[in-house]
Design a protein around this ligand. Structure first.
Ligand code: AMP
Ligand code: MG
Length: 340
């Protein structure tokens, strides 16, 4: 088994023939990544209408929920940090309640309330890698002493305020899942029941590709080599969090952009976490939570989040997986320590 070589997994769609009957492809550039939508449908006009709405929705979400650029989220953050109340619309309310519940289920390993810590590390940027020095320990400690969590948000009806004015909502760890779920919802509402929405390797599928299941390849990062192929079930999401793509590098050290809310430092024990679950929000939040939880705690957090299909690659080149994940990876050269 090659050790660190396969560093982490990401998923890519196996190439499809453009002219294949019934297959419609569309590509957008949103969330700093390419979003591919593949639809198997016999009415191109219907598909076109749905795809237009998907694009509008994704663009809108990108602006609304940006963690540090001006938009709805920065308005919400400013108000929460000044102790003011925020009036939420139904969609915002649903998203915030779901995100708060997922954070709680992850025992706050997935903590979207800690935007200030992410900001302190300099990860509110589009330019990678970052080369500035890491923040000093005192600044990190000061934040840890009063670390905000999602339960600091008090939601009464459609009004929300925070009991912790250090709160800074950053949905970078769940936004793709939210967006992909929303895209799938739009497709379904327009009579499209066979599709894949894939944002840079994180994806959700519905239905089938004609008479066959949709297939995705799990590949090695920075390589086109396929590690395993997964036949995706009728409605399923596959998300991977990795500490390898976005990072800070300074004085020969690397600092990952996924931060452990309990230590205030970037994760370095687990290189990647891949999760298969039904909905994108759960899979996205869980992949972030598990990479933070590390090799000792991942099973406990996976149970708490009711996950059955998980794969972790650690920094020593070892693989850890659930039995249900192993049977999905066919064929694979991975030799993992397997648990239920
Ligand atoms: P993902 O690729 O889904 O794991 O998301 C990574 C992004 O989530 C980072 O760029 C941060 O914006 C944010 N983030 C980093 N650490 C955490 C954490 N422990 N909990 C929640 N969000 C985080
Ligand atoms: Mg995530």
């Amino acid at each position: 088994m090659k050790m660190v070589k396969w560093v982490a997994l990401c998923c890519c769609l196996i190439s499809c023939q453009v002219n294949e009957h019934g297959l419609i492809k569309q590509q957008y550039f949103i969330f700093g990544t390419v979003v591919d939508v593949l639809i198997w449908h016999n009415n191109p006009k219907e598909a076109e209408t749905a795809l237009l709405l998907v694009e509008q929705r994704l663009q809108n979400m990108h602006h609304q929920w940006h963690a540090w650029k001006p938009g709805r989220l920065s308005t919400i953050n400013d108000a929460l940090r000044s102790g003011e109340k925020v009036l939420l619309n139904n969609e915002e309310l649903t998203f915030l309640l779901q995100t708060r519940a997922l954070s709680k289920r992850s025992a706050h390993h997935f903590n979207p309330a800690m935007g200030e810590l992410i900001h302190l590390w300099g990860f509110h940027t589009d330019e990678y890698p970052i080369t500035e020095p890491p923040p000093d320990d005192q600044a990190i400690q000061a934040l840890l002493e009063n670390m905000p969590i999602m339960e600091d948000l008090i939601i009464e009806g459609s009004t929300m305020y925070s009991t912790n004015d250090n709160i800074w909502l950053d949905f970078g760890g769940i936004a793709k899942g939210y967006a992909i779920d929303a895209a799938i919802q739009i497709l379904k509402a327009h009579g499209i029941h066979n599709a894949i929405v894939n944002a840079g390797g994180d994806l959700r599928s519905i239905g089938r590709k004609g008479r066959k299941d949709w297939k995705v390849a799990v590949r090695k990062p920075n390589s086109d080599e396929v590690l395993a192929v997964i036949e995706v079930d009728q409605d399923e999401s596959i998300f991977t969090s990795g500490n390898y793509a976005r990072y800070k590098t300074f004085d020969g050290q690397r600092y990952a952009h996924i931060i452990d809310p309990f230590t205030g430092h970037g994760v370095n024990q687990v290189v990647s976490a891949t999760v298969i679950a039904e909905d994108g929000m759960l899979a996205d939040a869980a992949a972030t939570a598990l990479i933070v939880a590390g090799t000792k705690n991942w099973q406990q957090i996976a149970k708490a989040m009711q996950l059955t299909q998980v794969l972790l690659l650690d920094a020593e080149g070892k693989c850890h997986a659930t039995q249900k994940m192993m049977v999905r990876l066919q064929p694979t050269e991975l030799q993992c320590s397997v648990t239920d």
